[in-house]
Write a protein of this length. Sequence first.
Lengths: 389, 389
Amino acid sequence: MNSAISSTLSATAAPTDTVRSGLEGVLAAETRLSRVDGQRGQLTIAGYAVQELAPHVSFEALVHLLRQDRLPEQAELEALRAAIASQRALDPITVELLRQAARCGAAPIDALRLGLSALCLEGEPSPERLFGALPSVVAAYARLQAGLEPVAPDASLGCAGSFLLQLRGQRTRPEDERALETYWNTVADHGLNASTFSARVIASTGSDLGSAIAGALGALKGPLHGGAPGPALAALLALRAQPGDLAENTRRWVTAELAAGRRILGFGHRVYKVRDPRADVLKSAAARLLAGTDLLASAESHEAAVLEALRRAKPDRAIATNVEFYTALLLHGLGFEPALFTCIFALGRVAGWLAHVTEQTARGRLIRPDALYVGAEGRSLLHGATAAH
Amino acid sequence: MNSAISSTLSATAAPTDTVRSGLEGVLAAETRLSRVDGQRGQLTIAGYAVQELAPHVSFEALVHLLRQDRLPEQAELEALRAAIASQRALDPITVELLRQAARCGAAPIDALRLGLSALCLEGEPSPERLFGALPSVVAAYARLQAGLEPVAPDASLGCAGSFLLQLRGQRTRPEDERALETYWNTVADHGLNASTFSARVIASTGSDLGSAIAGALGALKGPLHGGAPGPALAALLALRAQPGDLAENTRRWVTAELAAGRRILGFGHRVYKVRDPRADVLKSAAARLLAGTDLLASAESHEAAVLEALRRAKPDRAIATNVEFYTALLLHGLGFEPALFTCIFALGRVAGWLAHVTEQTARGRLIRPDALYVGAEGRSLLHGATAAH
């Protein structure tokens, strides 16, 4: 057993009638997909340290690793790329639906779930269909929202390259594809986070892949899970636009936010007690992407000032930059609108969701916890004065 | 603490590093909504025994009970009925979408999730909108599948009455409305079942109501959760159509199914060790509905023969008829196609889902269990022979 789990457990050891409303320290599954060691600040993806793996393999190779528990040979990788590439086209019904959603002003993550529901009308989607079509839904919706027509996928490109093409309408620089793949690889799996756990709970009933992924998308949408990169970026950009010294502005802002009882998004993590290893991977990726701009220097100055102000305000807590902060910087550097960040996250995390669903289905045990009843006792219709039946 | 929970816990007491892949005996929430006492065969809904409550109050009164922790006064009940009734109309986009889904031959539960996604395009749906519009989606889809046009709702009717009108195209007998309300009341809430738990996990991220309900629908669709009433009925009807004595046919069939390693759907429950109290409520309701037909007698004969054969095959287990069996009989008696059963279940259970989401949101704790990592250790790209990056 790894040290993160044992220390979490001993910290929450409690009588068995204790309600664990966050399920902290409860081992709800075995997994060979990833290990989150919050005490040491380590994330292992199928045996590889995330910082070694994420910047160096393609997204398709990572998908293969999660599915097969080993990186692919060249021929296997090409076969998987081709299988996914053949599944990217959206049928006219789905495109029409996204057009209507754009007219309604739907949030991209809602449009993605709608598109997923439409894909499921064809029958239960295969993993290849989901890897192929979900990026097409996101790209098509972003263009429709901007008043542009969807762009056809390119089967000669990988997931990241085709997605960027479908979004922008033109071929992109290799470094953009690399940055997006590094991001997707970094966030592809992360233990039993709430969206992955949602997918496993749904899959545990024997339900289909589309249902599990729809549930996971719903959880990812929540501000406590997948919703933080947008606000983390907004704060940096707003403070950077203010007159005066950025670090000084940042320190003042942190103090004011804490005084108002608000959290500083992009900093601190429920699991990681030291630095989130994903933040380093994404910082390096963002640095490569943003080389020659001063946004990176601003981000570093802002990060240092936030951490200094937070540590002064809460000296007993170990607070570190989390994955959201450099996610925001990286995705901003790639030209994505903040409104799209949660969808981009989903397109990487879906690799973990699908692999977890496969694990859950192989175990085949319905997930059904108990609740502690704290409600009324011994009521009867005969006693009550109410006639409201 | 109630006896069901304590005995479940003592039965599963284990070292803290044990993986509880089904989360049995883990108290994942406090709730005032319902208590499931599997040892005594009791289900309490906000303080009332289900068998006293379900047959005697309207579905709207039950919704009020779950929301406010008390049954409504007459004026409150009328206000809630009116608020829900005003939210039943579907916009043309949703109807068109359902029409396309019907052309694709989508399962009703998939069409319901699609319709829910479409409703969410209007903005986050209120509970009243969900109580009003979800039955309209189910009724419209069933008619479109049958080549008929949707029927407008009737704001003078309650949830059950308007749903039956929208489904059938004509006013129904009061006893049909009563039977459907009794069914919905009986299944409205049942502890932390997998769909309710899915809704709570999703809501715990701060996500919206539509996301939580979409996830719950996905879980309900699974054959281990909401999918059993159809097959339970199919077996009865098939055996009843065979020549010879029904009880004898049933016994032979059970023996053959068990020999083939299959479960007998409609019998046995993971939680209830004695008779499921909901089965009695639904049996009485079905008996009233089916008075004058011989289907009820067949069902009782079939039930007795199944139980006899199961008890002979597994003498050490307490096996009882579960809620699915009489659900199937009741819904069949109301004229619903088996393909629609899971949707009808959802229209009742949504009352519990919404109340649980409210409870979960009030507690505001992200549900994030741990996993035990059992995968590879110490892999490195430098060691591997693979060049597949």
